[in-house]
Ligand binder design. Structure first.
Ligand code: ZN
Length: 125
């Protein structure tokens, strides 16, 4: 009985590619090309950095992603993975801001609230 192998590539969303691997190769037809795997690795790297980004960096990165989506440098599914991770990050930043505002409103518990409330700008690489 022949065994069927799935493509070894990990998609930008973090899940494994569900296409069948080509005979004698670890990848499917789409991921057989090195260029496509490099693109995947680039998007995975961006998605992995998003949880540590501040508001300014997320905004710049989103503007850049919209641009590269329009010029077709970024495939729609890659952009979707970036948008999903950004939405989660923005939600978290909003929670942190609400928490900081709450601590400012309650001076008894806010030792260093001035520092926590400030936006931190991290330069893009
Ligand atoms: Zn694949």
């Amino acid at each position: 009985m022949p065994t069927v192998r799935l493509c070894a590539e990990i998609l930008p969303t973090g899940s494994q590619c569900r296409q069948f691997a080509l005979k004698g190769h670890p990848w499917c037809h789409a991921h057989y090309q090195p260029y496509r795997r490099e693109l995947n690795a680039d998007t995975r790297e961006i998605v992995a950095m998003i949880p540590a980004m501040d508001l300014f960096t997320v905004t710049l990165m989103l503007a850049n992603t919209v641009h590269t989506l329009r010029t077709k440098e970024t495939p729609p599914l890659h952009a979707q993975a970036i948008f999903d991770a950004s939405a989660a990050r923005l939600e978290r930043l909003l929670e942190e801001q609400a928490l900081a505002a709450l601590q400012n409103a309650n001076p008894v518990r806010s030792g260093n609230s001035q520092q926590q409330n400030g936006l931190q700008v991290v330069p893009m690489k």
